[in-house]
Design a protein around this ligand. Structure first.
Ligand code: PEP
Length: 251
């Protein structure tokens, strides 16, 4: 039984005071206990978020980490530093890291290994750009990302979550049709079976991400192979994010 997971990626938004305000609002709402909930604030707000959420069931993650253990890497943040802040999860391979910061599959593979080695759980993002979708080559593109990102990784469904995030759907309002999102998530599950085994593939959570909103969450979550969502823009507003968490009661 895969527990639904609703995750909010704040990207480079939210000062410490905005973090406090947003999370206090969110905690004042009645939130579903049936879903696992994670927010991914910027590094500077992690400590604040962990403290505010301490006695709630909302976990805190980081949006990135260094592939290196420690040392002369100016501007980087290590897995150990995140663990010390009581971070549970880290996002690896987000399309903005891949495109704007030129992170390739090798770097992403190194980051996945570093995170898992140090005890962080990983949300691994995969997804094709528009031109790959136009050429109907999304399956081979995403499969290659999956294989390369997980090369020499012992896949454990309690420590790894995969997020399918087609680049053309991120921040555009152009949500992937739930039928197409389901087809890709099912394909990713089948590909995981080849990389690991059936039990692992059956139990791993696969999320969809790309312009998820309160008014489309229900039809996305109704799909068999979609176990949750990674939400960008709509996770910045407590009311919208709360409604997404409470998708079971959303019309
Ligand atoms: C994301 O950044 O992972 C994302 C899905 O963003 P948005 O929900 O804004 O499309």
């Amino acid at each position: 039984m895969r527990k639904p997971l609703i995750a909010g990626n704040w990207k480079m938004n939210m000062t410490n005071s905005e973090t406090s305000e947003m999370l206090k609002d969110l905690l004042s709402m009645e939130l579903s206990k049936n879903v696992e909930k994670i927010i991914f604030p910027p590094y500077t707000s992690i400590d604040r978020a962990v403290n505010i959420l301490k006695s709630s069931d909302i976990q805190v993650g980081a949006q990135n980490l260094s592939e290196f253990e420690e040392g002369a890497y100016t501007g980087e943040v290590s897995a150990k530093m995140l663990i010390d802040l009581e971070v549970a999860y880290v996002i690896v391979g987000h399309s903005e890291r891949r495109t704007i910061f030129a992170e390739d599959n090798k770097k992403i593979n190194d980051k996945v290994k570093r995170a898992l080695k140090e005890g962080l759980k990983v949300v691994l993002c995969l997804g094709e750009p528009q031109e790959v979708r136009d050429a109907d080559e999304q399956e081979s593109f995403v499969k290659k990302q999956l294989q390369k990102s997980l090369e020499d990784v012992q896949i454990d469904y309690t420590k790894l979550v995969v997020a399918y995030e087609p680049i053309w759907a991120i921040g555009t309002g152009n949500t992937c049709n739930p039928k197409d999102a389901e087809a890709m998530c099912k394909f990713i599950r089948q590909s995981l079976e080849e990389l690991a085994d059936k039990d692992t593939a059956d139990n791993i959570r696969i999320l969809y991400g790309g312009s998820v909103k309160p008014d489309n969450i229900k039809e996305i979550m109704d799909r068999e192979n979609i176990d949750g969502v990674l939400v960008g823009g709509a996770s910045l507003k407590s009311e919208d994010f709360g409604r997404i968490i409470n998708f079971e009661v959303e019309k």
